[in-house]
Ligand binder design. Structure first.
Ligand SMILES: [Zn+2]
Length: 251
């Protein structure tokens, strides 16, 4: 049994226990039977944009940790426990689906693997491991991604599948130099809302309504630039007039 943390006389759940509760609450219906589907078939463009923010924040936190360890890079499949010298017990994979039967029929390896490493990290916090204590929230963005239904992530060749592009399989320490991304519920919902708004704008624009719209982030004008690919398909760049504001491509 894991030791309970006692704070101000309050009995609290151990980190492992509260992590296990989160993992157990992940809804399998979000993932069962979708391993053959493409990422974009199971997520809307807005969800995709908020998922990308969570992935970016996970990569950034891992980057900060790598800098702390004076390491240059790691892989997306490598847990933080492995970076500090722990090994995966041989029976971990089998035990995982016994302890978390909601994952039994989920045929996606990355979500299972990272959930397993997250649980081990929380067990290390309970054991007062100094690395784990200094970086207790490192997995927060990726577990939030799984909880929100964005766990259909996988890799192909050198990168994450799903057109994320900016996310190679290798996570570099330089990611840690980026500014933190806001991954609060409100910020993520705002990203989704914004993409929906712009998609509706584009739909009307294509139907001939040229009324201009303003960015919901800053109130400045949103500009639509139409393009044609070399194969003749139209695509659009929608960009806010303000610098470093909304800027996305749609096809
Ligand atoms: Zn703007």
């Amino acid at each position: 049994m894991k030791e309970h943390l006692e704070i101000d006389g309050d009995k609290r759940m151990s980190y492992y226990e509260s992590a296990a509760k989160r993992i157990r609450n992940i809804d399998p219906n979000l993932y069962i039977g979708i391993s053959q589907k493409k990422y974009e078939e199971v997520r809307t463009k807005g969800e995709y944009a908020s998922d990308a923010t969570l992935i970016a924040e996970y990569y950034r936190r891992v980057g900060v940790f790598l800098q702390h360890l004076s390491r240059e890079a790691t892989g997306i499949y490598v847990g933080m426990d492995l970076l500090i010298g722990y090994r995966i017990p041989d029976d971990a994979w089998d035990n995982f689906v016994v302890d978390f039967p909601n994952f039994k029929d989920i045929d996606l390896s990355l979500i299972k693997l990272l959930s397993m490493h997250y649980l081990r990290w929380c067990a290390l916090i309970d054991e007062r491991n100094s690395f784990a204590l200094q970086f207790p929230d490192i997995y927060e963005p990726i577990i939030t991604l799984f909880e929100r239904g964005g766990g259909r992530i996988s890799t192909h060749h050198h990168e994450l599948v799903g057109g994320f592009g900016g996310f190679p399989k290798t996570i570099y320490a330089t990611r840690g130099d980026m500014n933190p991304f806001d991954i609060s519920e409100g910020a993520l919902e705002k990203i989704i809302e914004e993409v929906k708004f712009v998609e509706a704008y584009l739909e009307e624009y294509r139907n001939g309504d040229l009324t201009e719209r303003n960015c919901i982030r800053c109130g400045n004008r949103l500009l639509i630039h139409s393009h044609i690919t070399e194969y003749g398909y139209p695509w659009y760049k929608i960009k806010c007039e303000s610098e470093h504001c909304f800027n996305k491509n749609f096809s």
